[in-house]
Design a protein around this ligand. Structure first.
Ligand SMILES: Cc1cc2nc3c(=O)[nH]c(=O)nc-3n(C[C@H](O)[C@H](O)[C@H](O)COP(=O)(O)OP(=O)(O)OC[C@H]3O[C@@H](n4cnc5c(N)ncnc54)[C@H](O)[C@@H]3O)c2cc1C
Length: 443
């Protein structure tokens, strides 16, 4: 197998976590980023609602309590505190990089609200905040001389040596060539696991490869069965692709949920798991495959300005949100569990970091509070980059050569089969974790 040397840091993933990690590495370090498809095919591009920002010191207690309450108190309080305390710094950095957020008439950042939040604290760009943030980060990363992006390149495995992770085995999707990429440090920023579920708002290519690889190498994973179901995705009879999300901020701005008799049946601004449970219960009682979402309480101007993509997608599916209700149904949306990582993204394997949705640093507990994910991914990927730079040590060349030389090539002879097996590893692990400690199984 061919081996590529010469990179200091290998980052798997080009969502906000991978990109922000690359941006915060010193220019003296040579980094390579991989993604399974093109860089715009990441969940980071899909984020609609926005990104949380602390609304002054007096908001700290409320923001902290909202996050802990949504997480059923299973969050790591230290991680939550760290995220909240850096939220202004992270959003200010995005603005400085060129991300455009909605503004109040006086020029300050406008903030909206979503389920589980006790007040408005979410910065947004129409209903495509993720695209605005991620495309801005991508532009900045592409300008960096020390960073290269390898699109359509799939990580098949990590390379484990005596000094910890020594890089990854990757595949060039176009040619099918499998080769080893050596690096002093490897960062897994591979996103969520929606691709292993039949109905999900995630890109289908996000199948938890990083999780499966870590399980195979004995790297600690936490709460793999902590999967969030989003209460409102557009119901469609054509279920083959990705479920289209109807952002929570639609409800934050006044949309209501209705049963088959067009009557309200829950408080729409409860955390996601509570609203999801209420919808499932109502669907069962009514014998329907969906409930209705009525956006007509939101002023038409507000819909046009804040939710243009949602209105357009609904129109494509034959629904006029200005005049009628739309059918919505819950779908898999987010993964709170993942590769165990500390507040610097460090995993239990030396030289291996995990950041973004693929990791579990305890911020979200048992259930994520809306719009905390982009923030968490951006902050802890930055901290990982800083940690790598601070404690930088070269991987002893002989040791990494030995690790590459010891790779069993036959393992990668059928990459598709290998990737399919990863999906099964993730599914089995979820099933086993659910048996031991069911998600929301607490009394
Ligand atoms: C529809 C939708 C709306 C959302 N709205 C919001 C919101 O409003 N606010 C909020 O805070 N969060 C929101 N989220 C969640 C948030 O977008 C994600 O949690 C976050 O963007 C994850 O970023 P990431 O960088 O960890 O992963 P991603 O952005 O998903 O990127 C994963 C990357 O890993 C790569 N990858 C995966 N496996 C491999 C492999 N084997 N080899 C090579 N590359 C690989 C992929 O190609 C991709 O580049 C939303 C999510 C969805 C799906």
């Amino acid at each position: 197998m061919r081996t590529e040397y010469g990179y200091d840091v290998l980052i798997v993933g080009t969502g906000v976590a991978g990109l922000n990690c690359a941006l915060h590495l010193p220019g003296s370090l040579k980094a390579v980023l991989l993604c399974k498809d093109t860089p715009d095919k990441s969940d980071s591009y899909l984020a609609q609602g926005g990104i949380c920002r602390l609304q002054g010191k007096e908001d700290f207690g409320d923001y902290f309590n909202d996050t802990m309450r949504a997480g059923h108190g299973e969050n790591n309080p230290e991680a939550v505190e760290c995220m909240i305390n850096h939220s202004e710094e992270i959003t200010d950095e995005l603005v400085a990089l060129g991300a455009d957020f909605a503004r109040n008439p006086d020029g300050t950042l406008a903030v909206t609200r979503e389920g589980g939040h006790s007040r408005n604290r979410i910065c947004f760009h129409e209903d495509c905040t993720g695209k605005e943030i991620t495309s801005t980060l991508l532009k900045r990363v592409e300008e960096l001389k020390n960073v290269k992006i390898l699109a359509k390149t799939t990580m098949l495995d990590i390379i484990e040596g005596e000094e910890g992770c020594a890089g990854a085995v990757v595949m060039d999707n176009a040619s099918g060539e499998v080769y080893a990429v050596c690096a002093d440090y490897t960062v897994l920023a591979c996103g969520g696991i929606g691709g292993v579920f039949t109905h999900s708002t995630n890109f289908r290519l996000l199948t938890g490869d990083g999780i499966a690889v870590c399980i195979n190498h004995g790297v600690a994973i936490d709460n793999i069965n902590y999967v969030q179901i989003h209460p409102t995705t557009l119901y469609t009879e054509n279920e083959s692709g990705r479920s289209f999300l109807i952002s929570e901020s639609v409800r934050g701005e006044g949309a209501v949920l209705l049963d088959k008799h067009f009557k309200r049946f829950c408080d729409e601004l409860q955390p996601r798991d509570v609203v999801t449970a209420a919808i499932y219960k109502k669907m069962e009682e009514d014998g329907t495959p969906y409930v209705w979402l009525d956006m007509r309480g939101i002023p038409a101007e507000e819909i046009r300005a804040h939710f243009p993509s949602i209105a357009e997608k609904c129109a494509e599916e034959g629904y006029d949100v200005f005049k009628e209700c739309i059918p919505v149904v819950p779908a898999q949306h987010y993964f709170m569990g993942g590769i165990r990582s500390d507040l610097y993204g460090r995993t239990t394997m030396k030289r291996l970091y995990a950041v973004g949705e693929t990791c579990c640093n305890g911020v979200h507990g048992a259930n994520r509070l809306a719009s905390n994910s982009l923030l968490e991914s951006l902050l802890f990927s930055k901290r990982a980059a800083e940690d790598i730079a601070k404690g930088y040590e070269r991987y002893p060349a002989q040791v990494s050569q030995k690790a590459c030389g010891a790779l069993d090539e036959s393992k990668y002879a059928d990459p598709d089969k290998l990737l399919q097996s990863y999906k099964q590893i993730v599914k089995n692990a979820i099933k086993e974790a659910e048996r031991v400690k069911p998600h929301f199984g607490r009394t």
